[in-house]
Design a protein around this ligand. Structure first.
Ligand SMILES: Nc1ncnc2c1ncn2[C@@H]1O[C@H](COP(=O)(O)OP(=O)(O)OP(=O)(O)O)[C@@H](O)[C@H]1O
Ligand SMILES: O=C(O)c1ccc[n+]([C@@H]2O[C@H](COP(=O)([O-])O)[C@@H](O)[C@H]2O)c1
Length: 208
């Protein structure tokens, strides 16, 4: 059985933090591939045009043969729910043990996702520590256990482990804000992504 990870996100834009998570997951779990899933219509966020986000993902991941960008959410209309993505992907990748790469902030919201309890059991969760309220990496584990407990109270068992990454204080919102203020994001995103943002005038005060 092959071992694959899904890495879903808005990626608006992709940054080095995302790439570090995916590289760590590949190495830590000895995965065959990480499948990056840009969310087309995220249930909880406004996002830049899907095609821009996809192109930036493709530019950032093209040098790693273990990375695939899947456009599976482009095929579906309406809100992009994660459970539908995993169900659809399972058709293309049968006989697979699935992992899902996720930051601690997003993992905390999993109990509220559409059919979250069902989805939570369909894959193993690879959680990247992230500051959600000033806590340390050690406290990340406690937060994960609290999420696990919420599922246990509803008689659902979930499997998770922390990714061995340091706390990385970058986010797409920081990138967008830096661009809006006219600051450089050099070193915070891969160079082709920085150039794409500049060429297409994304995230500036004048962009749409
Ligand atoms: N620096 C980081 N450390 C840990 N996890 C991260 C980090 N950046 C993103 N993630 C995780 O990657 C996934 C996709 O994130 P997303 O594309 O929304 O980026 P983001 O930086 O969180 O965006 P935004 O700032 O717009 O909310 C989520 O599970 C998120 O928690
Ligand atoms: O399916 C849901 O209800 C749901 C609700 C919130 C987030 N998600 C998924 O969580 C992943 C990370 O989301 P984000 O906002 O951090 O880009 C992405 O794959 C989303 O599809 C999914």
């Amino acid at each position: 059985m092959q071992q694959l990870a899904i890495f879903g996100g808005t990626f608006d834009p992709i940054h080095w933090g995302h790439l570090l998570l995916a590289e760590t997951a590949l190495a830590q779990l000895h995965l065959e591939q990480v499948i990056w899933i840009p969310s087309k219509n995220p249930p909880h966020k406004q996002a830049t045009l899907f095609e821009h986000r996809v192109t930036m993902l493709q530019l950032a991941t093209k040098n790693n043969p273990a990375f695939t960008v899947s456009l599976i959410e482009r095929e579906r209309s309406g809100t992009s729910y994660a459970i539908n993505t995993l169900i659809d992907l399972s058709v293309y990748y049968p006989n697979t043990h699935w992992y899902w790469i996720i930051g601690l902030d997003a993992f905390q919201t999993l109990p509220r996702w559409y059919r979250g309890s069902e989805l939570a059991q369909m894959c193993d969760w690879l959680i990247a520590p992230r500051l959600v309220g000033g806590e340390t990496i050690a406290q990340s584990e406690i937060i994960c256990k609290q999420v696990e407990q919420k599922f246990r109270e509803k008689s659902y068992t979930i499997h998770w482990q922390l990714l061995h990454t340091p706390l990385v204080r970058v986010s797409s919102s920081i990138m967008r804000e830096l661009c809006r203020q006219g600051h450089s994001i050099h070193d915070l995103v891969p160079e082709p992504v920085r150039l794409y943002i500049a060429t297409n005038n994304l995230y500036s005060n004048n962009s749409e």
